[in-house]
Ligand binder design. Structure first.
Ligand code: LMR
Length: 331
């Protein structure tokens, strides 16, 4: 009588194994911005492509707006494997010990996206990703957002206008030095907390590209926006290394295809998304847009380039030299 049980058990195990094998591989992709942003749309594009190219063997769950993990939690969650993919701003790698990423935060180091792509698609980009491997993280791609504007509740045209203002920044020492160079007070804060902090006056102002400004409704709590173009927000798309290396080779191949198409998509839409967002801010009539004169911009630049020398050792002289070569920036 015993024999059928062994066969049944074997059949059950087989069925379970087969069912398991049919289970899609799940990628949790967490980020902190709204869906109607360059990163928000690119993450959904990656989901669409990854699921199509792997014929459903991979399922991508995108968690926008800090709905799963917020700033300050994301990186650890990735290293622990609680989430498989992130696309944080390059300004958020300092706390992880990869402070070289803050080279992107140096004021006025990029004049346009082409210069930035020479860095992200060149040796510097590869060197920066190498620095993540020892931390259980693999770098997959760089996605653009755009050039930052400064905002506050008073007209901000020249460095003197920033004196004593509390300005929210991302967790980057270079950005802290940038705000101090304007005579203002830097305040590191999670992105998800910025709107409320501006509303309650915990901070007076902040910096971000128009797409983040508009989708976080900052026009409701900021009377002035200055078109400074003083820096960029760029994203590093990263994955948990153990997860990524553990993928079946064919799946990883398809995901790399999906990532490179999603990267092209992200970088193709970034500028337009920010131009459209700035138009929408204008249309809202809630925030006055300040276009700086060449003299005002020159004054901003003069006040801020000191940050380069101050942080040469931090970001690495070699990396800085490479970036200067790629962008033609003269400190
Ligand atoms: C910020 O914290 O201001 C940005 O990095 C948010 C983002 O991901 O664009």
């Amino acid at each position: 009588m015993k024999r059928p049980t062994v066969v049944a058990a074997f059949a059950l195990a087989l069925a379970f194994g087969f069912a398991q094998a049919q289970q899609p591989i799940v990628i949790k992709f967490s980020h902190v911005v709204a869906e109607a942003t360059p990163k928000g749309k690119a993450a959904l594009k990656f989901k669409e492509l990854a699921e199509a190219l792997t014929k459903g063997r991979v399922k991508v769950e995108v968690y926008p707006n800090s709905s799963l993990f917020k700033d300050g939690e994301e990186m650890e969650a990735l290293q622990l494997g609680s989430v498989q993919m992130l696309a944080p701003s390059v300004a958020k790698f300092g706390p992880l010990g990869a402070r070289e990423f803050e080279v992107f935060d140096l004021p006025y180091i990029f004049d346009n996206f082409d210069e930035m792509h020479k860095v992200t698609n060149g040796p510097v980009g590869a060197t920066l990703f190498k620095k993540l491997e020892g931390k259980g993280i693999v770098g997959l791609a760089f996605w653009d957002n755009g050039f930052k504007v400064m905002s506050a509740n008073k007209p901000i045209r020249v460095p003197a206008d920033y004196k004593g203002l509390k300005m929210r920044i991302q967790s980057s020492k270079v950005l802290g030095d940038q705000i101090k160079a304007l005579g203002a007070i830097p305040q590191v804060m999670a992105f998800s907390e910025v709107y409320q902090a501006l509303q309650t006056g915990v901070v007076d102002g902040t910096e971000n590209p128009p797409s983040n400004f508009y989708t976080q409704k900052m026009q409701e709590v900021q009377k002035y926006l200055a078109l400074t173009d003083h820096g960029v927000i760029e994203y590093a798309v990263i994955a948990n290394k153990k997860f990524w290396d553990g993928l079946p080779a064919d799946i990883r191949g398809e995901l790399q295809k999906a990532m490179s198409e999603a990267t092209k998509f992200a970088n193709d839409i970034a500028k337009r998304e920010n131009d459209d967002a700035l138009e929408a801010v204008k249309k809202s009539g809630k925030t006055q847009i300040l276009t700086l004169t060449p003299a005002e911009k020159a004054e901003m630049k003069k006040a801020l380039v000191v940050v380069h020398k101050e942080n040469e050792a931090r970001v690495g002289k070699d990396i800085l030299t490479e970036v200067y070569k790629a962008t033609g920036f003269k400190p």
